[in-house]
Design a protein around this ligand. Structure first.
Ligand code: BJW
Ligand code: ZN
Length: 253
């Protein structure tokens, strides 16, 4: 594994770090074969988000929206965690106060073995009734009906348990993520374009509160200039190397 050059000052801040947050977006799952939203080959290259990821779209075209998520559910279920998910999970075993704050709904961090995870935009692993909030496994719901959302006993329609544009993020999850961002010494942003709020605001919260910011993304983002360390590389390559470097700094007591 190729060593990473870091300044003595950054090495010292890493050595002293007690709380690490891994803030992830769709790019961390790209090497698992899942498409990102924006950019070349992104899910929204050919469809506007308002057509699929809003409550208004679901009200107007429930079958189209359901079929799109049923397709994405199958893609995610067939995907495997990649070296970035796995390195983050194994890091948690040795650095127990580390935490994943993810915008992803694909469940790959959990399947990689991470246990401390805050899912800001919900999950594709479950369906929820749009009327009464009852939950059930998404796999069971799509097996019952792949072409149209199944009905809940209350008469409402099931939908994926994700957060659409215009919907509030789960308040307790957002509050915990905010607190963790504020307390973090090390905040590693991986594979997110940093344009969707309030999630993207957590990067700034952590930076303002004094965390060392690290960014892993082949493309620049609105937050790149704040990063003390930046890896313009795919996550599957950069994250294992970064975590190896962090471990090395921390073992130099
Ligand atoms: C790689 C790689 C590799 C590629 N390795 N990297 C402030 C200002 C302006 C607007 C707003 C604001 N505050 C709120 C808003 C409105 C809106 C918003 O943010 N709009 C902006 C887009 C303009 N936000 C909302 O509506 C949110 N709700 C809200 O604010 O509620 C208020 C409220 C309060 C009280 C009551 C009611 C309402 C909700 C946002 C929900 C977002 N949901 C989605 C869909 C989830 C379900 C689904 O999966 O379909 O979440 S949108 C989509 O974007 C998804 C993602 O989680 C999210 C972020 O995308 P992400 O992960 O960053 O992916 P990409 O594709 O953008 O980027 C991938 C990156 O990876 C790229 O940079 C690549 O370079 C990189 N990459 N290969 C590493 N191998
Ligand atoms: Zn219901």
């Amino acid at each position: 594994m190729e060593a990473i050059e870091i300044s003595p000052e950054v090495a010292e801040r890493i050595r002293r770090a007690r709380r690490a947050v891994f803030f992830t977006g769709a790019g961390v799952s790209r090497e698992s074969g899942l498409a990102t939203f924006r950019g070349d080959g992104g899910l929204w290259e050919s469809r506007r988000p308002e057509e699929l990821a809003t409550p208004q779209a679901f009200a107007r075209h429930p079958d189209t929206v359901w079929r799109w998520y049923a397709w994405r559910f199958h893609q995610a279920a067939a995907a495997e965690p990649n070296p970035a998910h796995l390195a983050i999970a194994s890091f948690e075993g040795r650095f127990p106060s580390s935490l994943v704050v993810t915008q992803n709904v694909d469940g790959l961090h959990r399947r990689a073995g991470s246990q401390r995870i805050l899912e800001l935009h919900g999950t594709l692993v479950e369906a929820t009734c749009h009327s009464c909030g009852r939950r059930r496994p998404m796999g069971e719901a799509v097996a019952q009906s792949a072409d149209a959302p199944p009905r809940c006993p209350c008469g409402g329609l099931f939908r994926p348990a994700v957060v659409w544009f215009g919907e509030a993020l789960p308040p307790a999850v957002l509050a915990d993520a905010h607190e963790e961002a504020q307390r973090a010494d090390l905040f590693v942003s991986i594979g997110t374009s940093g344009v969707v709020y309030p999630a993207a605001g957590l990067i700034e919260v952590a930076h303002r509160a004094g965390a060392l910011l690290v960014e892993v993304n082949p493309e620049p983002t609105p937050f790149s200039s704040l990063a003390a360390l930046r890896f313009a590389e795919p996550a599957g390559l950069a994250v294992p190397r970064l975590l190896e470097t962090i471990e090395r700094c921390r073992s130099q007591a």
